[in-house]
Design a protein around this ligand. Structure first.
Ligand SMILES: Nc1ncnc2c1ncn2[C@@H]1O[C@H](COP(=O)(O)OP(=O)(O)OP(=O)(O)O)[C@@H](O)[C@H]1O
Length: 234
């Protein structure tokens, strides 16, 4: 009887790092934080990046999210070098980053934060309009119309975090980056955020990359990467 060998063909990477090194050049010394990193990130996958304090996790996130360019090596999105695609275009259309302090516009409501991001990044209004779409997305992360129309400063830390996630989702990006997204949140709220990341990866086929110190968060991701001494290992 013939034996059938199952073969899985992995999708091409959505984001690829090739020989990426990064050195900070100060007045008195140079600090090489990342050393010749090669790695492929794929859609439908939730990644966490662990590593000791100062190991370069935030640096890696800034490069992968297009906030800065590596001093050596190439980062490509769907096979195209980010510097050719344009870092601004990449950040606007394809990648969103949730920072530790959310970077919300504090004088606006949750809803306005989301619709403003949609306008800035050129999201088409669609049949129901941007406002309706934003309300729908806020509802999906557990923020009802009442919360959506409150000033963001009147929301709790976890609720603000959800606004920041919604803002990233509203722009329908391919890759979502987050820097320590569950720090300072209570366990239930943190779990809600982790569940949202898992759904985004598994149900919406996004690539989610989260930098964290939390073992609990890492244990629920699909792939745990560790950054140590400039090297990224799995
Ligand atoms: N703009 C900069 N100029 C010079 N050195 C920098 C700069 N940003 C970071 N560094 C240095 O690079 C190293 C890595 O910093 P990074 O913030 O990427 O680490 P991290 O792993 O995110 O740390 P933590 O877990 O504490 O947030 C540190 O030694 C830091 O001092």
């Amino acid at each position: 009887m013939a034996t059938t060998v199952a073969t899985t063909t992995e999708a091409p990477p959505v984001l690829r790092l090739d020989g990426v090194s990064h050195t900070y050049i100060g007045q008195r010394r140079r600090t090489t934080v990342l050393k010749n990193i090669d790695y492929s990130f794929r859609r439908g996958t939730f990644y966490t990046v662990l590593g000791p304090s100062g190991s370069g996790k935030t640096t890696l996130l800034s490069l992968a999210s297009g906030l800065d360019a590596p001093t050596r090596g190439t980062i490509s999105f769907n096979g195209e070098d980010l510097t050719k695609l344009g870092l601004g275009r990449y950040r606007n259309k394809h990648a969103a980053t949730i920072f530790q302090h959310y970077n919300l516009l504090t004088y606006m409501t949750a809803l306005q934060n989301v619709t403003t991001a949609m306008e800035i990044t050129g999201v088409k209004p669609g049949s129901g309009g941007r406002r309706a779409r934003a309300l729908e997305l806020l509802e999906q992360v557990g923020l009802d119309r009442h919360m959506a129309t409150r000033n963001v400063m009147k929301l709790s830390g976890g609720q603000q975090q959800r606004v920041a996630i919604t803002r990233a989702l509203a722009c329908d990006v391919d890759i979502l980056f987050a820097d320590e997204p569950t720090g300072n949140l209570d366990e239930d709220t943190a779990q809600g955020i982790i569940d949202t990341f898992r759904e985004l990866a598994h149900e919406q086929d996004k690539c989610v990359v989260v930098v964290t110190h939390s073992q609990r968060l890492a244990a629920q991701s699909d792939r745990v990467l560790t950054l140590r001494k400039g090297k990224l290992t799995e």
